[in-house]
Design a protein around this ligand. Structure first.
Ligand SMILES: Nc1ncnc2c1ncn2[C@@H]1O[C@H](COP(=O)(O)OP(=O)(O)OP(=O)(O)O)[C@@H](O)[C@H]1O
Ligand SMILES: [Mg+2]
Length: 264
């Protein structure tokens, strides 16, 4: 049974999409079957994976019940586009609206080792669908003073999803993203989070670099675009394997790290 991870944040621009894209790349390279799911009407993840903008069906068709999830998989991703905004509105009036994604993914979850859901930058119905469908939630935060506030708000929504709809939902922790640890600002924000959430804060911080925007623009994985920089996400992936209790995969990840980072 594939583990489903929803990546979310209260704020926009915290690196959710970059995290989903890059973790999907890392886990695929160590042999896992990964399904990426774009749950954001902006369709950034779909663009980053270079999915044809006219690709059809999309996650909107899946949520509207027009097609099975299998039919909407294009090269390992269920894409999204603006039509998802309409699908979300249509969902609001439906019974079981929070369970729609969970029900849609249930028949295919077994076909994958890992399902990664990229949530939109709001804690609305789509994100709640992501959380209800997930086994685990993963938060990203930008390295800045208000990080703690955003994390606390996202945690409230995780609580909401747990309360009745998905009591089993686990919380993997928070990835401190887009960070410049040379600045006191970033270091203090990290320390504040550490104080409040302890071990839930990933040890690894993801460095700020323009290479990520370039990588998204080119629709090329950061692992290919800047293998040296990929060390950060490889380390995030390693911490994730431990948190997911999938430690048997760590040696493969170490090999990948050696070939990518040490070879660059
Ligand atoms: N480590 C990084 N350093 C610098 N820029 C980054 C980094 N990670 C992502 N970015 C850039 O920051 C912007 C936001 O990243 P991304 O799209 O991954 O965030 P998001 O949380 O998915 O945003 P949204 O909330 O709009 O969906 C993008 O332009 C991306 O290329
Ligand atoms: Mg995004």
């Amino acid at each position: 049974m594939g583990a489903t991870i929803a990546v979310l944040s209260q704020k926009g621009g915290t690196g959710k999409t970059t995290t989903v894209r890059t973790l999907a790349d890392v886990f695929r390279r160590i042999g896992l079957d990964v399904l990426a799911i774009d749950l954001d009407p902006q369709g950034n993840l779909s663009d980053y994976f270079d999915v044809d903008p006219d690709a059809s069906p999309t996650i909107a068709d899946v949520l509207a019940g027009r097609v099975d999830a299998t039919a909407a998989v294009h090269d390992g991703i269920i894409p999204a586009n603006l039509s998802l905004a309409e699908a979300e509105i249509a969902l609001v009036g439906k019974m079981g609206r929070e369970l729609t994604l969970k029900r849609a993914l249930a028949p295919i979850a077994d076909d994958y080792d890992l399902l990664l859901v990229d949530c939109p930058p709001s804690l609305g119905l789509l994100t709640v669908n992501g959380l209800v469908a997930a086994d685990h939630a993963l938060l990203t935060t930008e390295a800045q003073y208000f990080a703690l506030q955003g994390v606390e708000q996202a945690l409230e929504v995780i609580e909401l999803a747990r309360d009745g709809l998905n009591p089993q939902l686990g919380w993997l922790g928070v990835v401190f993203n887009i960070a410049d640890m040379r600045t006191r600002h970033s270091r203090e924000a990290f320390a504040t989070l550490r104080e409040h959430i302890g071990e839930k804060l990933f040890e690894t911080t993801v460095r700020q670099s323009i290479a990520y925007a370039e990588s998204a623009e080119l629709a090329v994985s950061i692992l290919d675009h800047r293998p040296g920089l990929a060390a950060d996400y490889l380390a995030v992936a390693d911490e994730l394997l431990t948190r997911l209790k999938m430690t048997e995969l760590r040696p493969r990840l170490q090999q990948l790290t050696a070939s990518l980072v040490e070879g660059s």
